[in-house]
Design a protein. Structure first.
Length: 387
């Protein structure tokens, strides 16, 4: 859930367990390495998603190894049993369902090695609403902050995740397509100049009001969008999810957060200190990492337009810094057919000033032209151009 930082930390913690040298097998399609990591939130209303993966090792370039082919079920103390389907490698989802708030639930997992894992029963916590989600323009960029509504609840502990979507452009607007050994004009629905891209938060964002008379957390800092970031090229959206945590879940994430802020000291915490509410019930010696939570999240979305800003905002990130247009002419030995068949993308026609005849094309590397390499030409379903 929290990306490479969390996994790197957990790998480090386990590497010193029992004073043994880590076994380092070859990782392939059929290999199952490392410790099972369970990321699950039992959703009171909607889809419950559980992500299973295996940790790599410290010198492993691939941090996540999706754990495929498992059987994942949601169990209620009242005897309810909800099955899930693997919708992507290592991602298991139930249908949209409504659970019973007064019932505690847990997750049961059986992997391809027939090992069985079981979480503790968890109470479904109702997260209070997000009171406000704000942005402030500062010299360094844009600060994003969130506030709880301060109502009395059954929890004092919170975690936030956010999901960003934004519009971006490639350097060159191609009006042409090379197709069936011919160059033709693009149709309107074939444009690849303006796209939408998304990303999610990777930092561990937690806060608490323990000892206070209310659950008010005001202007909790989420992130700074640095000035010149591609995110504010045109239009930007952020959806913040707020999750109420149990004290134990908060302690789990707090431990991960503290260690991830100082990766040089990741070995200072022994695996025995890493809290979890999941066990391997078929083999007590099997380690498992994660903390299953449950309940109903609160969320809020805002949009920011480039023209909302008081100062000019020009994307300065060097994503396309090496993009330069090239030209190829019809009468050259290295003809357009050879260039475009080799993967280059035509951008525009070149016409003779003297005769007005077509004499060649400008072109560029696909990544400098085709925005669908990094995003989607279609807006996300929720996207609102006017809100």
């Amino acid at each position: 859930m929290q990306g490479k930082i969390v996994y790197t930390l957990l790998i480090g913690l386990m590497a010193i367990s029992a004073c043994r040298k880590p076994y380092d097998p070859v990782i392939g399609e059929e290999s199952r390495v490392g410790v099972l990591v369970v990321e699950g939130f039992i959703n009171l209303t909607g889809v419950t998603e559980v992500r299973l993966s295996r940790t790599g090792f410290l010198d492993d370039s691939v941090v996540r190894h999706p754990d495929r082919g498992a059987i994942v079920q949601i169990e209620g103390e009242n005897g309810d049993l909800i099955n899930s389907l693997e919708t992507a490698p290592g991602v298991y989802q139930t249908d949209t369902i409504a659970l019973t708030k007064e019932v505690n639930y847990r997750i049961r997992i059986r992997d391809q090695e027939n090992e069985e894992y079981l979480s503790d029963f968890v109470q479904l916590l109702i997260t209070p609403p997000i009171e406000k989600l704000t942005w402030e323009e500062i010299d360094a960029g844009i600060d994003l902050k969130v506030s709880t509504d301060g109502a009395l609840t059954n929890t004092s502990y919170f975690r936030w995740d956010f999901f960003e979507d934004y519009v971006f452009y490639t350097p060159f607007n191609s009006r042409l397509i090379f197709e069936n050994d011919q160059v033709r004009r693009r149709n309107a629905d074939e444009q690849v100049f303006r796209c939408f891209r998304n990303q999610r938060s990777t930092n561990i964002l937690i806060g608490n009001t323990h000892g206070q008379s209310s659950s008010l957390i005001d202007d909790f800092y989420l992130k700074t969008i640095p000035r010149g970031s591609e995110l504010l090229t045109e239009r930007y959206s952020v959806l913040v999810e707020q999750t109420a945590l149990s004290r134990e879940a908060y302690m789990f994430w707090d431990l991960i957060r503290k260690n991830s802020e100082d990766l040089g000291d990741i070995f200072g915490t022994m695996p025995s200190e890493l809290i979890t509410n999941i066990q391997c019930i078929s083999n007590a010696n099997k380690q498992v990492i994660g903390f299953v939570e449950g309940g109903k999240k609160a969320s809020k979305r805002i949009y920011i337009n480039n023209n909302n800003l008081s100062r000019e905002w020009v994307a300065k990130e060097n994503i396309y810094g090496d993009c330069t247009p090239e030209s190829v002419f019809i009468d050259e030995v290295n003809s357009p057919l050879i260039v475009f068949a080799g993967g280059m993308v035509p951008v525009d026609e070149i016409y003779s000033n003297a005769t007005s005849l077509l004499i060649g094309y400008t072109y560029a590397n696909p990544r400098c032209v085709d925005c669908t390499i990094r995003g989607s030409a279609r807006p996300p379903m929720f996207w609102n151009e006017n809100e």
